[in-house]
Design a protein around this ligand. Structure first.
Ligand code: NAD
Ligand code: UGA
Length: 461
């Protein structure tokens, strides 16, 4: 079946960029991205392309090309559901904060609300595509909801998880390692798979489009994230061992990564992984395993999160200890708030946890990030700790204006501009040697020491 009209529920970090590319590559298909958040839709429709709700290199160019041609952003959810042949569900699936599975299981209330709304509004047959990351067998739940509210039309369900990483989303979408499509092994199911394969075939080579059954597709997404996060916790755990032994984590990582069976990607040590997905997806995997009575499997995957938290705490303690032992003025300049470079997303960013640890010790912090706004910083801090001490927090736009005020600079995000600063000029105003805690190991350690700073990297002391 040829698809002419797509509706995507959810205009977030996945829905926005993904639909922009689908629309750009398929000018004959009308793509409506809808969201119940009116401010977000307003921002997606904004004339000022620098003000889109999602910051992603290359995104504004694609939006500029397709928006108003065959790409539209709207709050009229019902209208666009009704018109569509294919509906993507691209809403958030956070960790549950109450009820059964609290703190571990994925909260599917947004996905379920979408299914109900689709069922209530639909008057013609539709293909429903799970784009959100969901626990294995969620499509069964969606099917139950659809058929219990609407028996007049046929719904086919596909799983098409998204593998893009923020900061490189447009490249990841343009040349994906693979596109994964799971569907029912029935004639109708296969037809539905074919129609989604056709959409991706506009730009993705057929050999990179993998079709599977529904459950394999759902589980592959969740576990792909767990594997990636596992590598980071493995290398981060070694960074501590390096500090105790005199080995250098950068050298160890290079040596390990040159084994082609392992590979060099995702072996960069850091102050801990952040982002909206790794933690929640691993928690969910732990929950699924535990629910099935697989205690050892659950404990194994949970350890990745324990190491991640340990790495953030370890980094905070180094700073606190330095201030205490040297009797320094308790004030830290935090460079970077986003969970990684080239995104304005701060969800689960290590910076939030480290800042909170410092505030709990009465240390004041000044924060700078090239893409994150001040209200987001306040939101993140109060979300973690509603009673945080606001008087200790300052958001700055010119981080080096009062540079001699700080004894400690902590790099939390690997933004290129931090790496490319003229650190020599930065140092000029400082009377006594200040400490740089390089939470991303992005600076040239030798150069920084030569200038006169005290350099503290991870796994390389
Ligand atoms: P997001 O929070 O940025 O966007 C979700 C959007 O859905 C929000 O704007 C929200 O208002 C909207 N929404 C919620 N319920 C709705 C409803 N009933 N109708 C219309 N809109 C509704 O989330 P995201 O980062 O885009 O993630 C979405 C899903 O994709 C999650 O399951 C996530 O795990 C998965 N994922 C995310 C990434 C990523 O890099 N962010 C990558 C791959 C997969
Ligand atoms: C991750 C996956 O990479 C995507 O494939 C997946 O689609 C996505 O999760 C998702 O499901 O949401 P993302 O979280 O956007 O993407 O970003 P990553 O590049 O994976 O980085 C995650 C965190 O790990 C960041 O804080 C990053 O700085 C950190 N990281 C990454 C390291 O500390 N070391 C590394 O070597 C790589």
């Amino acid at each position: 079946m040829k698809i002419n009209n797509i509706c995507c529920l959810g205009a977030g970090y996945v829905g926005g960029p993904t639909m922009s590319i689908i629309a750009q590559k398929n000018p004959d298909i009308k793509v409506n991205v809808v969201d119940m958040n009116a401010d977000k839709i307003l921002a997606w429709n904004s004339k000022d392309l620098d003000n889109l709700p999602v910051y992603e290199p290359g995104l504004s160019k694609v939006v500029k090309e397709a928006r108003g041609r065959n790409l539209f952003f709207s709050t009229d959810v019902n209208k666009h559901i009704e018109e569509a042949d294919m509906i993507f569900i691209s809403v958030n699936t956070p960790t549950k904060t109450s009820g059964k599975g609290k703190g571990y299981a994925a909260d599917l209330k947004y996905v379920e609300a979408c299914a109900k709304q689709i069922a209530e509004v639909s008057k013609s047959n539709k293909i429903i595509v799970e784009k959100s990351t969901v626990p294995v067998r969620t499509s069964e739940k969606i099917k139950d909801i659809l058929t219990s509210y609407n028996t007049n039309v046929d719904f086919q369900i596909l799983s098409n998880p998204e593998f893009l990483a923020e900061g490189t989303a447009m490249r990841d979408l343009e040349i994906p390692d693979r596109v994964l499509i799971g569907g029912d092994n029935t004639i109708e199911g296969k037809k539905a798979i074919d129609s989604l394969v056709e959409i991706y075939s506009s730009w993705v080579p057929k050999k990179n489009i993998l079709t599977t059954n529904l459950w394999s597709s759902e589980l592959s997404k969740l576990t792909a994230n767990a594997f990636l996060a596992q590598r980071i916790s493995s290398i981060n755990s070694l960074s501590e061992l390096c500090e105790e032994t005199g080995a250098d984590i950068e050298e160890v990582s290079k040596a390990i990564g040159m084994d082609s069976r392992i590979g060099k990607n995702f072996l960069k040590t850091s102050v801990g992984f952040g982002g909206s997905c790794f933690q929640k997806d691993i928690l969910n995997l732990v929950y699924i395993s535990r629910s099935l009575g697989l205690k050892k499997v659950a404990d194994y995957w949970e350890q990745i999160l324990i190491i991640n938290e340990h790495q953030r705490d370890r980094f905070s303690k180094k700073i606190i200890k330095c201030i205490k032992n040297r009797n320094l003025k308790p004030k830290v300049l935090i460079l970077g708030w986003a969970f990684k470079k080239n995104t304005n997303d701060t969800r689960e960013s290590a910076a939030i946890y480290v800042a909170n640890n410092l505030l709990n010790k009465g240390i004041s912090i000044e924060i700078y990030d090239p893409q994150v706004k001040e209200n987001q910083v306040n939101f993140d801090l109060s979300n973690l700790n509603p009673d945080y001490n606001k008087s200790l927090v300052n958001f700055v736009f010119e981080p080096f204006q009062n540079i001699s005020d700080y004894n400690i600079i902590a790099i939390m995000t690997e933004w290129d501009e931090f790496m490319n600063y003229d650190w020599k000029t930065v140092y000029n105003g400082i009377k006594k040697p200040a400490f740089i805690f390089d939470g991303r190991n992005i600076l040239n350690r030798e150069l920084i020491k030569k200038i006169g700073f005290n350099y503290k990297g991870l796994g390389r002391e």
